[in-house]
Design a protein. Structure first.
Length: 185
């Protein structure tokens, strides 16, 4: 009796397990595609960061909340390297980007493609800022498709992270991506 139950139920569990794995891979691929479009906003979050660190709030955009949240760390490191952020008063000073985005697309495309993989080196330089409770804000944005009756939703998720900007700079210098500050003098 038990053998018949296992024989009948086992294929169902195997199919469910395979479907879950395929679905997770598809979701991750969509997340990576969203990320590599680099659609985000970066701003100084304020507060006191340890020397060599920047506390930033990343506004990531995605159709799923979980995707925007998990991709925020990639966006934060990308923002420190390529965007920088504006001055926001006494607590925050402007931060210039470490390098020009155009240089990457031409000369260092392969390096940064590997650098920003899910298990890539970017992870060494960023953490969620738990002192600020991680997720700071969630906004649901409505965007219209071509036909007015069809709408789709996109989330704008604000996540506070800490970026080890000095260590990031040293790593990029060591890899020959950017010049050392000492070479300019």
């Amino acid at each position: 009796m038990k053998y018949k139950i296992i024989k009948n139920v086992l294929p169902f569990y195997l199919l469910a397990f395979m479907y879950t794995g395929v679905f997770a891979q598809r979701k991750q691929k969509l997340a990576d595609n969203d990320t590599f479009e680099w659609q985000y906003d970066i701003e100084c979050y304020g507060g006191t960061a340890k020397h060599g660190f920047k506390i930033v709030k990343i506004w990531s955009y995605s159709k799923e909340k979980s995707v925007a949240t998990t991709q925020a760390k990639k966006n934060a490191v990308h923002g420190v390297i390529f965007k920088g952020y504006a001055d926001v008063g006494r607590e925050c000073r402007a931060s210039h980007p470490l390098m020009n985005r155009d240089m990457t697309d031409k000369e260092y495309k392969d390096f940064f493609k590997n650098f920003f993989l899910d298990d890539g080196d970017f992870n060494r330089f960023v953490t969620y800022a738990t002192d600020f409770k991680g997720i700071a804000d969630v906004q649901k944005l409505v965007k219209n498709k071509k036909e007015k009756k069809d709408k789709f939703y996109q989330y704008k998720i604000g996540v506070v992270v800490s970026v080890a900007s000095d260590e990031l700079r040293k790593h990029l210098e060591k890899e020959g991506i950017i010049n050392s500050l000492a070479k300019g003098f």
